[in-house]
Every structure is written in C-alpha cells, then in structure tokens.
Design a protein around this ligand. Structure first.
Ligand code: NDP
Length: 395
C-alpha cells in the first residue's frame, strides 16, 4: 500500500483551509495532516486539531498560542504548538511534510511559500498575493528547489487542467488565455451609488463563498487583476495574451485559446473543493464533494466585455504588470491596507481605488531593481505606510 500524502495546511481556519480539510476527510488513509496553521483564531484551530490530530499547530501570536494550548490540553493529542513566522517556515520544510496547501491570505504568506518552494515540496498555491509580490523570485525558487507548483485559484486550475501535463509543450499550445470573471455583486448596480457600499454588501458574492478580503477584491475586480498577474508567472505569458471576460454564471472557470483555433474550457459548479481535490490528487482525480453540473437545468451561459470604467482596479493591475518591477508589490500592499480599512469601516468603498492608485503613482518613479526577499518586504512595508498616510489625509 502506498504511503499517505503528508500535508501542511497553512491558513487552515480560512475558507480554502476548511474546504481542503473537507476533501481530505473524504479519503481516509490517502492523506495525513501533519501541520495546521492559523493566525489568531485559536478556538477554531483547536477544533480542527481535535478533528485531525496534527503533529504541529502554528499560530501568529503568543496570546493565540496560550489559548490553543489550553484548549487542546487533556485531549490526548500528539499536537505541539509553535508561534510566529519563523515557526511557519520551519513547519513547511519538515521532512515529514510532502505537500503544502498555501492558503494564508495576503503577502503574509510569501515567506512560507518561498520556503516550501526552495525545499522542493508539492506546493498547492491558493495564496495568490504571494505570487503577485514574489514574482520572478518566487518562480526562481520553484525551479531551483524542484518544487511542483499546482494552482488552486479556480481560474488558474482551470487553465492548468486544459493544458498538457508536459509543460514543455505549453508555449506551442497557447495563443492566449481567457480568465472568466463573474462581475461580483455590483455588476449591474448604478456606479453613482457605489460610494455608499457597506462591507456586508461587498462580501456578498453572488456565486462563491470565500474569505472577506478576496470577496471585497472580487467586488472591485482587483481579484481579477491579481489573477492576471498570477497567470503571467504561472503560465509565462505577457499581459496582452491574458484576457478577461465577464461570465456571470461562473460555470466556465477559464479557457485556453490554442494556436490552432481550438478553445478549451474547464467547467463545473463554483466550488473550491474541485481545484483543491485536483491539487491534492494530481495527476489523478478524486471525489471532491462538489455538486455536479446539470446541463438540462442550465439557463444559459452569458458573456459580457469587461467594463473598465466600472472596474478601474483591473486596469490598474494590467498597468502595474506592464510597468517597472516592484509595481505589483505596491499595488498589492496598498490594496491589502485599503481593503482592511474598508472592512473595518474606516474607509469608503470607492476610496479603496483612490488609495491604491495614489500609492502606486507616488512610489513607482523611485523603484529600483529588486532581487531579494528583504527588498520585496521593505517595498511592501513602504507601500503600506504610504497607503495608511493617504487614508489619514482623506476627508
Ligand atoms: P480567509 O480569510 O478565509 O482565511 C485566511 C487564513 O489565513 C486564516 O486561516 C487566517 O487565520 C490566516 N491568516 C490571516 N492572516 C495571517 C497572517 N498574517 N499570518 C498567518 N496566517 C494568517 O481567506 P481565504 O481562505 O478566502 O483565502 C486564502 C487565500 O486563498 C487568499 O490568498 C485568497 O486570495 C486565495 N483564494 C481563496 C479562494 C476562496 O474561495 N476563498 C479562491 C481562490 C483563491 P485566522 O483564522 O486565525 O485569522
């Protein structure tokens, strides 16, 4: 009998983390959970530890570690508790970890993703911000470490599933790729009323159930912008060969337009367990638990051209990708700060764009070459600080 695939699930308490555990638990004996991580939500992580009995649980703060230790004491678990970013990096390079599900939200996931890549792990990448910030450095670590990089974002998984297993054939196959976008909750709302949007309205995505940050990004279309940047690195394509179309039903998850005129698409119900299951079992396929598509009941598949005036964040992302190296770091950091402030009711919805555009514009001219992680992180911090100042100065 083959050994179970031994997993580290980073961001286990989040939306992708929980969907991953759902798939894992459908296949007793096929996977073993070695590491689970969270940031602050110790109670939720304790419940997951009781379910999976990992060898190690990592949290972000001392207070969370204390709470977690108390919550699992006496449960007879093998789980040790560790704290902080260094513990996160140590957790992913362990010899008894074969595969890492990278489902931390934001650039906070970059260092652990890089460590997993350098250690040659099978890396299931949901944490798109890590690739948006890490860019060339990240892909170099994947190549040098001999890691297997498997996209988990549904659009990138769709494209990956349409392409041959042998990556060497990709350049000859691909003419361009088409990322689909649902349009989010405000696709038909009068733009003049967007300034009054509340966090509750912005996170109410019509098709997908996701974490709060990515839900806001889906409403502004910054999520699609981050995905364009992610696709640039995953599939080694220039921006003009990465197109975006609005497809409100989210049935087609993305498409590859081939050199011969064929268009290949991957379809399914909008359920993250499908790309997660493919990442876990690649190149095999396993039950994901997702509801199957019913073509008889489908009302139709619709497409609309992207309206860049309604969604200026997408244009900003394309521009950052085409501009100097480091621009996408500025874009991502300012966006993370602005979205957090919006969710906290400290910033208006339409001000998210003002803060991000203003930060990129102000800091872009001074960008120099970036070759190391500490340089990326310094730039990330500079952009966050600029974004925070901009927000303070807003009326
Ligand atoms: P959630 O907000 O639901 O979960 C985020 C997870 O990351 C939680 O476990 C959280 O811990 C942890 N976390 C937050 N901040 C830190 C930090 N500073 N250091 C370490 N861990 C941290 O996010 P999602 O699951 O929605 O998204 C995760 C990633 O996957 C994102 O990059 C997103 O873009 C991507 N993605 C998500 C999809 C989805 O359907 N949700 C679809 C495609 C991509 P705690 O609970 O303690 O706060």
């Amino acid at each position: 009998m083959t050994r179970p695939l031994r997993l580290a699930i980073l961001g286990a308490t989040g939306s992708v983390g929980q969907s991953t555990l759902d798939v894992v638990e459908r296949h007793p004996g096929r996977f073993e959970v070695i590491v689970l991580t969270a940031h602050r939500r110790a109670e939720e992580l304790a419940a997951l530890c009781r379910r999976c009995d990992p060898k190690l649980a990592v949290v972000g703060t001392d207070a969370a570690a204390q709470e977690l230790r108390a919550a699992i004491a006496g449960a007879g678990l093998r789980t040790e508790v560790a704290v902080g970013p260094a513990a996160l990096e140590e957790a992913v390079v362990r010899d008894d970890v074969d595969a890492v599900m990278a489902a931390i939200v934001g650039a906070a996931g970059l260092a652990s993703c890089l460590a997993a890549a350098q250690a040659g792990k099978r890396l299931l990448l949901a944490n798109k911000e890590a690739l948006v910030v890490g860019g060339a450095l990240f892909m170099q670590a994947v190549r040098r470490g001999g890691a297997t990089l498997l996209p988990i974002d549904s659009e990138h998984s769709a494209i990956f599933q349409c392409l041959p297993l042998d990556r060497a054939q990709w350049p000859a196959w691909i003419d361009h790729i088409v990322l689909t976008a649902s349009g989010g909750p405000f696709r038909t709302r009068d733009p003049a009323t967007l300034h009054g949007v509340t966090p509750e309205e912005a996170v109410a995505h019509p098709n997908w159930v996701m974490g709060r940050k990515i839900s806001v990004d889906s409403a502004t279309m910054m999520n699609k912008g981050l995905e364009v940047i992610e696709a640039r690195w995953l599939f080694e394509l220039p921006p003009e060969r990465i197109r975006v179309i609005v497809h409100p039903q989210s049935v087609i998850h993305s498409m590859v337009a081939c050199a011969d005129g064929s268009v290949l698409a991957q379809l399914g119900t909008p359920d993250m367990r499908v790309p997660i299951a493919y990442g876990l079992s690649f190149p095999e396929r396993i039950e994901s638990g997702a509801t199957r598509l019913n073509f008889e009941q489908m009302a139709g598949l619709h497409f609309e051209p992207m309206d860049y005036s309604r969604y200026p964040a997408l244009r900003l992302a394309y521009d950052a990708l085409a501009a100097r190296e480091g621009s996408t770091v500025l874009l991502n950091a300012a966006n993370e700060e602005a979205v957090a402030a919006f969710l906290d009711r400290r910033l208006g919805y339409t001000d998210i764009h003002r803060v991000v555009a203003g930060t990129v514009e102000a800091l872009q001219p001074a960008l120099g070459p970036i070759g190391r992680l500490d340089e990326l992180l310094a730039l990330d911090e500079q952009a966050r600080s600029h974004a925070r100042q901009t927000m303070k100065a807003l009326p």
